[in-house]
Design a binder for this molecule. Sequence first.
Ligand SMILES: Cc1ncc(COP(=O)(O)O)c(C=O)c1O
Length: 376
Amino acid sequence: MSSRQWLRDARVDAAAISANTEALRAAAPSAHTLAVVKADGYGHGAVTSARAALEGGADHLGVADLQEAFELRGAGIDAPLVAWLLDPQFDVDAAVDAGVTLGLSSLDQLERVVAAGRGALVHVKADTGLSRNGVPEAQWGPMLERLARAVHDGDVRLTGVFSHLSNTSPDDDRQQVVVFERFVDAVRAVGLDPGIRHLAATAGALDHPVARYDMVRFGIGLYGIAAERHLRGTVALRPAMRLSARVVGVKRVPAGSGVSYGYAHRTESATTLALVPLGYADGVPRAAVDAPVLLGESIHRVVGRVAMDQIVVDVGDAAVAVGDEAVLWGDPAHGVPHVDEWADAAGTIAYELVTRLGRRVHRTTVGGGFRVGESA
Ligand SMILES: Cc1ncc(COP(=O)(O)O)c(C=O)c1O
């Protein structure tokens, strides 16, 4: 780890991702564990996150698109890897050459794979309720008949079937399990072995043991964040990202001073304001109100509107100086706010915060028993 003090820094603890993977596998065991590292590992770095999760016992990786898959392969990661949000022109040959499993959601996609005649690895996704990707029930018949022929002809290899839960309510999730069971039956009815059956992501795996099947897909939990409010604290997870910046200005202001655009806040009494160079261009949500920041020994609050490049923190009478470190979120075990507190302050979910850090924020990677280091 560099001793250089970055103006803005997102420090990712790879060891925390490994430990979270282990903790989740213990809490929601299944024969296989897929680590979801799409969206640049939920903002934590795809390659770092993939290596850390494999270190923690994951045996599969999952991404949305093939570009993300090729990035992992380019870094020398050769674990089984599924990509499930395919470009209309997806390159079957490149996927086969890279040993990437294609998550198929339509007959058109299947025809594209068959036309390549390369014996591509596929997992077929059923739409069991979200109305997003996945084959809708009305099209299971033609899809599975075509799949059976393609498998027989050696044009594709079916190694798994899957779907995704909506986390709407326990009843809604159970209803999706029923539909998924029907899909698995339909696959078997055309004479195919469904291979690895997988349905649950972090929340589903913890809430519904029945939905774990042969593999669970952990995303947000790997990064130390609970998938749903009711799951906060149920598994001992360590937030892996710590977002901080150096204070660039400190000023004492009198009572009644307007703060930031629109004077959405006016100081009630004389106080000290610290200027922290992180704004919405860096992924700090503009909607955040009263969000917490660790400065010095204490948690203080953001006042006034979040601007593009900066926030203002009211530190009262605390002694804060230019150059001090302000921590927006990290591991609360170290006295810093949890990213969930920022999500609550902004009326959003932590997924959105960690995945949207801007390019100006330096990334530092620490921890892990494998080759990690500072990113460029
Ligand atoms: C198909 C699929 N599986 C698993 C996940 C991981 O979900 P979570 O981050 O809630 O664990 C996602 C994320 O959106 C997904 O799209």
